[in-house]
Design a protein around this ligand. Sequence first.
Ligand SMILES: [Zn+2]
Length: 254
Amino acid sequence: MSRILLKNAHYFSTDGTAKQGDIAIENDIILSVGESVAEDWTPDRTIECKDKFVIPGFINTHTHAAMGLFRSYADDMLLMDWLQKKIWPIEGKMESDDFYWGTMLGIAEMIQSGTTMFADMYMGMERVAEAVEETGIRAVIARGMAGVAPTAESALVNSEYLYNTYHGAADGRLRVMLGPHAPYTCPPDYLKRVVALSEKLGAEIHIHLAETQGEVNDCLKLYGKTPMALMDEVGLLDRGLKISTFLEKLQSLI
Ligand SMILES: [Zn+2]
């Protein structure tokens, strides 16, 4: 049992106006906002909030949390130069503990700045899940998959394992999606296999899409379609990728 009282907090009420009052929380339930609680309800902890505004937690909808370890390693570069010359080579040297501690650092920074949920696409996701379980944050994790990489097949196997092992774990704080990296690293045939796996598992998909003008130009040249039209053709947009569906889903998780 945990009882917290946010004393004299500023908040937006349901009529859209800013108000000030006490907020009582018991375990993971908000008992009351701006109303007095029962006389025999005693908080374990009281936080004075007269100079604070209380809001729902922020949601970071796209992270590679462990990449915080590369902060300032390579800045102000074009995306493809940055990936090919700097990031992919150093990522190849990452070890299991790097994924765990890099994610722990990212989670600490997120919690400190009010982010209570993040959608992460990366590698070493078993260690990412461990960090999520230990810290109490919520996360939707996806193993980044590249159809052109030597790990193309093992990434599919690992993604299925992650879904079966972690989807709904940590008291429901952890969810799992499939994470094909991008159209320029995942050819259409590979994406179709991701879609098939997504349908089989009931998993949704997290992908980078139309990040640069160069990607759009290359996609038009190779397939005669924009990245978005290509994703529609291979069936990806029906796997939770439409922004409206994604936002609805996030809302339901808050
Ligand atoms: Zn990204």
